[in-house]
Design a protein around this ligand. Structure first.
Ligand code: GPQ
Length: 835
């Protein structure tokens, strides 16, 4: 402890403020001060959390300085602002990312070391905000990073869920869910803006009347009013001052709401109402790409959208601008249809609250919104039962009828009264029960519509949104997804980062195309050795993690075959496990067979209500139990299910991957983004021609990509002609044996009931054509194994994968959104240097 006092700075230099200085001395001082004055502790009794908090607040001070400067600059300069509406943000831990973006990672490492604490020990303490399910939420987080890095004025709006995505445990091979109480120890990265709050109405009915001026008016009398309170998280760009805002809404009971029941002695009722209000932002729905049609989910969507629009209008009007010019100051991006109710809410605000004429309101609305579609899966296209919708949003139901009436009037002329087309474009679906089609509301109310990979956008145009494309082709464009190299390379893989920078400097971090310069070293034996050396170190780190978490010992020399993402039938984790079983059987048949040692690493969560996905997890673990413990295997195959896949765990897994498994049924994965992160970290892809795989293969070169499987076209054709999975089962002996084993209980202690549903589904339905692609997959995996044996050529392919990933930086995606859709320009932020 003496050491602590000795190293405490006595005097800071003139320009170094303890709350803003970036030197080691200033940072030390700041951490030390926070320990006393924020945590109220002294070193002898401080916990790891106290130190984590002290450092986090020290970093936050530096963010706030930049944040205040950014806000001031945006408001003073009257700049156009992008507003990103998303029900999910899967941010991952803040601390390390902020250190990197501030450019003070090394300084803080030294400062903490001199204080006698280990930085990694503190970083590992952070509980990540898991406010998203998977790809869609993580994309929003990458885009927030790129917006700030590109110095674009932007606000992200969403929900401050008290419980994020559940924590996954594996018990006896099954997924068990636990609540994610991420706020338990407090959150130093947010600032509650109690004064920034809006009321949101729910339920009730609408009164209509004619006012004194003879104008037709609507008055929504709600059943319930809730309050949304803003919680702001600063989002700093990489080595710039720009610090944007992520504004998440927490629902509460309005202050005055319970007086009546309370005064009349009905205390229980008052408390119940409070709970009803707070429930709205209580928990993230854990369904990925499925709609549940639950009232609470609709309430969540409307709640955050209404708060966000009220907030934006407030900002707009405070500038002294007219409401009719809202679209001049704001471009609003809808992250899928989850926030699409914003289109009706905008109309309500403009018409009911700001007295605009319908046509004027519609003009403003349709010049404001742009819509990104993220899926082609029919079960993910959101619809709401009309009656349910009306019970929550009675006024919006009227507005949607009116939007639809006017829209269909126009359309009818354009499609010459073709009823099929009118039905397909209508926002209201007819059937035994009527329903609202949110994708159609989004298309009708937006000036731009985009898909998230070239193939996806093409398929949108030719299938799901075909009639929309015919109606308004000019609205459509593709914006291939991207990921931030700051988190997914610099932060996750510091050793590879140093190696790259030692050859080509550091500017690739902001200009990822510059990785191209690595091509010059792809054949250099020394560089190849260093490259594979880093890979080996990262594999060893993952080995330790896996040993700690699962007790499974794996061999870092084996081929790491990595399949990490949400568990979904369309993503085909079961195709992968069938391959594992086939290899296992080859060994059983011939124990001395020459086989490339492999470790199959799986990770991912299944939606708690998705039976088949949960069964796939159990199957992976059951196969693992047999394979991992069979002496005949002699450790040549290992199967690992890494529990609780999240951003932190992904950061350890990606750098250690040799082979990236991207094997969705062609035409089903809109883009994928894990595929980009893995390839960026030097993994080779084995994949179908699906989503962004197509473009990854294009840029890395077909010789550096393992392609297999049916194409989207072939899949569609087969389905049309009548697909018979049973034929494939009979045809391929290895496949038949694997399925028979699963069915007979070979992997489940002779229990032949557990996997019955899964087996029957594959044999008699196989909606994702696992059996049709099996042979092609196994053959392709043989090629991959062979390639892995040639260390030099593998190293070359790995280097070339990283070198050619420039296109997949989220900076490129965001630039395209800015130029083609949002029409926003960057604004550089300067710090007011104060002495
Ligand atoms: N995606 Cl619609 C999700 O993660 N959740 C969703 O609800 C929907 C889409 C994913 C999609 O499956 C991936 O292919 C994309 O890469 C990702 O969105 C981001 O666009």
């Amino acid at each position: 402890k003496e050491k602590l006092e000795d190293s405490t700075p006595k005097q800071l230099s003139q320009s170094e403020d303890a709350r803003t200085g970036l030197s080691v001395e200033a940072l030390k001082k700041a951490i030390f001060n926070n320990l006393f004055y924020v945590q109220g502790k002294y070193p002898e009794i401080a916990t790891r959390n106290d130190y984590y908090m002290s450092l986090a607040y020290a970093v936050r001070d530096r963010l706030l300085q930049r944040w205040v400067a950014s806000v001031k600059q945006y408001l003073d300069g009257r700049h156009r602002i992008v507003s990103y509406l998303s029900a999910e943000y899967l941010l991952g831990p803040h601390l390390a990312n902020n250190l990197i973006n501030l450019g003070i990672y090394k300084e803080v490492e030294q400062a903490t070391q001199e204080l006698g604490i280990n930085l990694q020990w503190l970083l590992d303490k952070e509980v990540e905000p898991g406010l998203g399910n998977g790809g869609l939420g993580r994309l929003a987080a990458c885009y927030m990073d790129s917006l700030a890095t590109l110095e674009v004025p932007a606000i992200g709006y969403g929900i401050r869920y008290q419980f994020g995505i559940f924590e996954q445990e594996i018990r006896n091979g099954w997924q068990v869910e636990d609540t994610d109480n991420w706020l338990r120890r407090g959150n130093p990265w947010e600032i509650a803006r109690r004064e920034l709050n809006y009321e949101v109405k729910l339920g009730g009915y609408v009164q209509h009347y004619i006012d004194r001026d003879g104008k037709f008016r609507s008055n929504w009398i709600p059943e319930l009013t809730v309050k949304g309170v803003a919680y702001d998280t600063p989002i700093l760009g990489y080595k710039v001052n720009t610090t944007n805002t992520l504004r998440l809404w927490k629902s509460e009971a309005p202050k005055s709401f319970d007086f009546q029941s309370f005064n009349s002695g009905n205390y229980n009722n008052a408390v119940n109402q409070k709970i009803v209000c707070e429930n709205i932002s209580k928990v993230l729905y854990p369904n990925d790409e499925t709609v549940s049609g639950k009232i609470l989910r609709l309430q969540q969507q409307y709640f955050f959208v209404s708060c966000s629009l009220q907030d934006m209008i407030g900002i707009h009007l405070r500038q002294g601008d007219k409401i009719e010019d809202f679209n001049v100051n704001f471009a609003i991006q809808l992250n899928d249809t989850h926030p699409a109710i914003a289109i009706a809410e905008m109309m309500r605000l403009l018409v009911d609250e700001y007295d605009l004429e319908w046509v004027d309101a519609w003009r403003v609305t349709t010049r404001t919104f742009a819509y990104t579609n993220h899926t082609l899966l029919p079960e993910a296209l959101e619809t709401w039962d009309l009656e349910l919708f009306g019970s929550v949003l009675p006024r919006h139901l009227e507005l949607i009828y009116e939007i639809n009436r006017r829209f269909l009037d126009e359309v009818t002329i354009k499609v010459f009264g073709n009823n099929n087309k009118i039905n397909s474009l209508s926002i209201i679906g007819e059937g035994p029960r009527k329903f609202i089609k949110m994708a159609n509301l989004a298309c009708a109310g937006s000036f731009a519509i985009n898909g998230v990979a070239a193939l996806h956008t093409d398929l949108l145009k030719s299938t799901v949104l075909k009639d929309w494309y015919a109606l308004c082709p000019e609205k459509f464009s593709n914006k291939t997804n991207g990921v931030t190299p700051r988190r997914w390379l610099v932060l996750s893989n510091p050793k590879l980062t140093s190696l790259i920078s030692s050859k080509i400097g550091e500017s690739w971090i902001k200009h990822l195309e510059e990785l191209k310069q690595l091509e010059a070293f792809a054949d250099d034996p020394e560089f190849q050795l260093a490259w594979m050396g880093v890979k080996y170190e990262m594999k060893k780190i993952l080995c330790n993690r896996i040993l700690n978490k699962t007790g499974i010992k794996i061999n870092p020399d084996s081929l790491f075959d990595v399949h990490v993402k949400r568990i979904h039938e369309y993503k085909r984790q079961h195709l992968n496990i069938l391959h594992v079983i086939a290899l296992y059987n080859r060994i059983k048949k011939n124990p001395d067979i020459e086989i490339v040692p492999r470790t199959f690493i799986y990770a991912g969560k299944a939606a708690p209500g998705y039976k088949m996905a949960k069964l796939i997890i159990k199957l992976i673990n059951s196969v693992g139990e047999i394979v991992n413990n069979d002496p005949d295997v002699r450790d040549r195959l290992k199967v690992v299910f890494y529990p609780n896949y999240n951003v932190s765990n992904a950061q350890v897994i990606y750098p250690a991957a040799d082979l990236s498994i991207q094997i969705s049924t062609a035409g089903k994965e809109a883009s994928g983004t894990g595929n980009m992160k893995l390839s960026m970290n030097g993994a080779l892809t084995i994949g179908t021609l699906d989503g962004a795989n197509v473009e990854i293969r294009e840029v890395v070169g077909e010789e550096n990509f393992f392609l297999f499987g049916l194409t989207a076209e072939e899949v569609a054709k087969k389905k049309k002609e009548g697909y018979n999975p049973y034929g494939y089962y009979l045809e391929n002996e290895e496949l038949k044996m694997a399925i028979d084993q699963i069915a007979s209980g070979y992997f489940s202690h002779l229990d032949d009931t557990i996997f019955k549903d899964l087996v029957d589904n594959l044999l008699y339905h196989d909606p994702f054509m696992v059996l049709a692609d099996f042979t092609s997959y196994v053959t392709c995996q043989e090629k991959a194994a062979l390639a892995f044996q040639d260390k030099k050529s593998w190293a070359k392919m790995s280097i070339l994968n990283t070198a050619r990933m420039g296109k997949f930086s989220s900076d490129r995606s965001i630039r395209e959104y800015c130029d083609d859709i949002w029409k926003v320009k960057s604004v550089s932020v300067h710090l007011d240097v104060k002495d």
